[in-house]
Design a protein around this ligand. Structure first.
Ligand code: ADP
Ligand code: MG
Length: 344
């Protein structure tokens, strides 16, 4: 029996190899794996090979190994360990993502702040033993958060956190960067169409085989992955959502989610339950979904309005859906438990 299974596997592997080598332009390949702290799926729906998927997943792992704050030996870990001591040289990859994160920190006046790590670590949302931390500890963590203090040297590619205990966390932006990097691999390999889904950070690439536009679902914030409140229709685009449902725990009937208010030290509590951003670049969409969520409906809407080719879908706790200008042309609400509201 074991032997049969083995033979079967070998035959399967051979077939895969064979198919990969003799790839047709229409070839369809899929793969899912746990990388960047989430399930990442890449589905090349036209023009794919296993080799392209190998390259794509190797790149995702490389990004994780450079930018994760929760893994030993990453560049972010090195910067964090050297806080208050010395600058650390990083790869252009990491330097770019930190610079982008700081750009959004500036745009949001610190509502989005990559130095939020001590607070993220303290709340530990997503782990099994997460609970509301003592106020004193929240205060000490808050005292370490200040993006303005991060020192970047573009000539030497160094990053320095000048206060001991300061730490970076790129969890709100790294997946977006990763999706853009996978897009580059698709372009380089002349892939015709692909769906890149990095834990809900979606990038639909190229043109669909049947010529119809892409349709990307906007997750229903109350149900499991896979249920949608509406659809975004269009050509190549990225759709990224930040919401209260991604990671959370419940204590005494109250829900504590993973986007933290850098002023109060508690999870952002502004009546929004999710914000989806639709645009061309995934690093911007990822940073913006978190930024706009943290800013709230009014300030968040203003930020989106100030940017070109960026569309936003806000959902609040009353099931009201607000769209930024122009978004009504690409978004259709399909779940009648939610209703579109005018934003004034
Ligand atoms: P997800 O990655 O779960 O899809 P987000 O992109 O919105 O969701 O990122 C949330 C993550 O960003 C948190 O898990 C945490 O690591 C980090 N984070 C939390 N609060 C902030 C904040 N105010 N600014 C920047 N990053 C944050
Ligand atoms: Mg984000």
């Amino acid at each position: 029996m074991k032997r049969l299974v083995k033979l079967g596997c070998l035959a399967g592997a051979f077939c895969l190899l064979f198919c990969a080598c003799a790839s047709k332009p229409e070839a369809e390949v899929n793969r899912s794996d746990f990388v960047l702290g989430t399930v990442c799926s890449i589905s090349i729906t036209s023009g794919g090979t296993e080799k392209i998927l190998d390259e794509a997943f190797a790149r995702l792992r490389e990004i994780e190994n450079r930018m994760s704050a929760n893994k030993e030996g990453t560049e972010i870990a090195a910067i964090n360990e050297a806080s208050g001591k010395k600058p650390v040289t990083v790869t252009p990859d990491t330097f770019y993502v930190i610079s982008k994160a700081l750009e959004y920190a500036q745009k949001t006046n610190g509502a989005f702040d990559p130095t939020v790590e001590p607070l993220v670590k303290l709340w530990n949302i997503g782990s099994e033993d997460a609970k509301v931390p003592p106020l004193s500890k929240i205060k000490s963590a808050l005292a370490l958060i200040d993006y303005k203090k991060v020192q970047m040297d573009p000539d030497k590619l160094t990053v320095y956190l000048p206060v001991p205990g300061m730490r970076l966390d790129l969890g709100a932006i790294a997946k977006g960067y990763a999706a853009d990097e996978i897009e580059k691999i698709m372009v380089a390999n002349k892939v015709k169409s692909a769906i890149i889904d990095l834990g809900g950070n979606v990038f639909v690439y190229g043109k669909k085989k049947d010529g119809t536009p892409w349709r990307v679902g906007i997750q229903n914030p109350y149900s499991d992955r896979g249920e949608y409140i509406g659809l975004v229709t269009g050509g190549q685009m990225t759709v990224v959502t930040s919401g209260v449902y991604e990671r959370y725990f419940i204590e005494n009937g109250k829900r504590y989610h993973h986007i933290l208010d850098t002023k109060t030290g508690f999870p952002v509590d502004n009546g929004l339950i999710s914000v989806s951003i639709v645009t061309e670049s995934s690093i911007d969409a990822d940073a913006l979904s978190t930024s706009v969520f943290a800013l709230g409906l009014d300030k968040g809407m203003k930020l989106v309005e100030s940017l070109k080719d960026v569309y936003a879908i806000f959902i609040d706790s009353n099931n009201k859906v607000y769209l930024s200008p122009g978004t009504n042309k690409i978004f259709t609400l399909t779940d009648n438990k939610f209703s579109l509201s005018d934003y004034k």
